[in-house]
Write a protein that binds this ligand. Structure first.
Ligand SMILES: [Fe+2]
Ligand SMILES: [Fe+2]
Length: 140
C-alpha cells in the first residue's frame, strides 16, 4: 500500500502542508517496512516514528488554532485525540500479534484514510480561517 500527498490535500498553510507531507512520508516508511517483511522491532520503530510525528503535528496545529481563536478548536482537538488513541491501539496490536496483512490494512483504513478525510475537511477549514484572520489583522 502507498499513501500519496495529492493536490487535493493542500490546505494553503505552509506549516500545515509541510507537516502533512512528512506524515504521508512516515506512513509510507511504515508500509515499506511491512511490505519488505521487516522484523516486528523494525516495524514497531517505523510506527513509533509515525506516532511521534502525529503528536508533534497535532500539537503544532492546535497551537495555531488556539492563537487564531478558531471557534471549533475543541471539536478539532477531539478528532486529533481520537487518532492518537487509534495509533496507540495499533502499537499494542503490533506488539502482540506482529506484522500481518490485516495490520497493514488497518493502518491504511484507520490512519491514512482518516488523514485524507481529516485534512480535506477539518484542516482545510482551519487553514482558510487562519488565512482570513491574518488578512483581517493586516487591514486593521
Ligand atoms: Fe487537524
Ligand atoms: Fe493536520
Amino acid at each position: 500500500m502507498k499513501a500519496r500527498f495529492t493536490p487535493s490535500l493542500i490546505t494553503g498553510n505552509e506549516m500545515i502542508d509541510s507537516h502533512h507531507k512528512e506524515l504521508i512520508k512516515r506512513a509510507n516508511d511504515l508500509f515499506e517496512a511491512l511490505e519488505g517483511r521487516q522484523s516486528k522491532e523494525k516495524v514497531l520503530e517505523t510506527l513509533g516514528f509515525l506516532a511521534d510525528y502525529t503528536t508533534y503535528h497535532f500539537q503544532a496545529e492546535e497551537k495555531l488554532m488556539e492563537e487564531a481563536k478558531y471557534p471549533k478548536y475543541e471539536e478539532h482537538k477531539g478528532y486529533h485525540k481520537a487518532l492518537i488513541e487509534v495509533v496507540a491501539g495499533l502499537q499494542e496490536k503490533l506488539e502482540k500479534e506482529g506484522p500481518t496483512e490485516e495490520f497493514e490494512k488497518e493502518v491504511n483504513d484507520k490512519v491514512v484514510d482518516w488523514l485524507y478525510t481529516h485534512i480535506k475537511g477539518c484542516d482545510h477549514e482551519v487553514a482558510e480561517y487562519k488565512n482570513v484572520r491574518s488578512q483581517m489583522d493586516n487591514m486593521l
